[in-house]
Design a protein around this ligand. Sequence first.
Ligand SMILES: NC(=O)c1ccc[n+]([C@@H]2O[C@H](COP(=O)([O-])OP(=O)(O)OC[C@H]3O[C@@H](n4cnc5c(N)ncnc54)[C@H](OP(=O)(O)O)[C@@H]3O)[C@@H](O)[C@H]2O)c1
Ligand SMILES: *[C@@H]1O[C@H](CO)[C@@H](O)[C@H](O)[C@H]1NC(C)=O
Ligand SMILES: *[C@@H]1O[C@H](CO)[C@@H](O)[C@H](O)[C@H]1NC(C)=O
Length: 360
Amino acid sequence: MARIYGPTWLEFLVALSRVAGDAIAQRWFTRHLSSEASTFVHPSIRGKTCIVTGPTSGIGLETAKELALAGAHVVLACRNVQRGQELAAKWAQESGRALSTEVRCLNLSSLEGVRTFVSGWKARGGPVHVLINNAGIFNMGAPRRETVDGLEEHWGINYLASVLLTLLLLPYLAQAGSSRVVMVSSMMQELGSIDLDDPNLTQPESYWSVKAYSNSKLAQVIFTNALQRKLSESSGINCIALHPGEALTDVARSLPRFIQRLQKHLLSSILLTPSQGARCTLFVATNEEVIKVAGAIRSQQYRSGPYYFSNLEPNDVPRIARDEMLVEELWASTLKQLDLPADPLSKIKFLLASPHQGLG
Ligand SMILES: NC(=O)c1ccc[n+]([C@@H]2O[C@H](COP(=O)([O-])OP(=O)(O)OC[C@H]3O[C@@H](n4cnc5c(N)ncnc54)[C@H](OP(=O)(O)O)[C@@H]3O)[C@@H](O)[C@H]2O)c1
Ligand SMILES: *[C@@H]1O[C@H](CO)[C@@H](O)[C@H](O)[C@H]1NC(C)=O
Ligand SMILES: *[C@@H]1O[C@H](CO)[C@@H](O)[C@H](O)[C@H]1NC(C)=O
């Protein structure tokens, strides 16, 4: 029997209209929010270490910049190290202050790239207060592509690589005493489904870039929520997913140039700016109220969330993401796909005692 968990046609159509409606009306839904992203950074972030993936473009760039300006120690985890260095220098120059930044290479196109980043972190040492999994791709309109690991790209990069990074960094997140994992997902998760037997979408007739992207975003939310409920309160780690809003970035860079230009003209009046798109991430990464919500979800073993919406309100996740059987099956299947032990969390305390041990 195929183990596919997906929306019904009706649910799919409702989700499609919800996503379209959000894109059109999001400026209205968020009209009470200042356009200044810095408003949403809590000052307690000063001096804390924040790793931001994909800090060289779009939402991640604005996120990393605002955190650095607020006095956090920002680790720009990027594949284009030179671009990362140029940006860090530019932000310092523009602000006329010395900012605390560090550029490290992270290439999510292979699982090996993630492991290399984490070995580098192990050698460096030190706690991680905030991990922001922001990097992501949307090969809009493009045919199916695979990573060097033979994984469908959205599944491999958006989902598996981000989850591997999170799991391997857990010892350093635990070391912080109080820390957060922020998963930048998307409302398009509502269109997603999980095929446990074929997460790589190997059937050409079943491939559609929108589905592949949505599936990876749904899996991100399910895993992040599961991690929140599985980690003990004493770990001090809180894991929160979010929808940043539809922002005008380079995320659809696979589209032909003229369509991208057309899109910029047509959509610039309804989409958020990248800076507005960073508001939710900054809020979730630094605000104290978010920790209370996440803590309550854990202690009550509530099945929905934590998942924040672009209006900065906690939201429910789709029906599929609340299916306890799917959650456990996806959890187990993910660890298997990543070649990690089935119970990686039990190792955390032990790992703290000996910082040179890894998770696998
Ligand atoms: N924009 C939206 O409307 C929207 C809506 C919902 C959710 N999101 C989510 O928000 C996040 C940020 O997207 P964005 O709109 O800001 O897109 P973007 O402008 O394309 O930025 C994506 C970032 O991810 C990095 N990245 C991509 N593939 C990578 C890889 N293999 N290894 C390392 N880094 C990689 C990119 O690096 P380079 O700079 O080197 O290319 C870039 O910095 C994504 O997770 C996206 O799914 C966006
Ligand atoms: C990232 O890794 C992939 C797969 O190993 C490789 O093909 C690509 O060139 C790398 N990208 C960068 C910018 O290093
Ligand atoms: C995904 O595809 C790759 C090869 O294409 C394969 O090695 C891997 O096992 C697949 N994952 C699953 C869970 O089917």
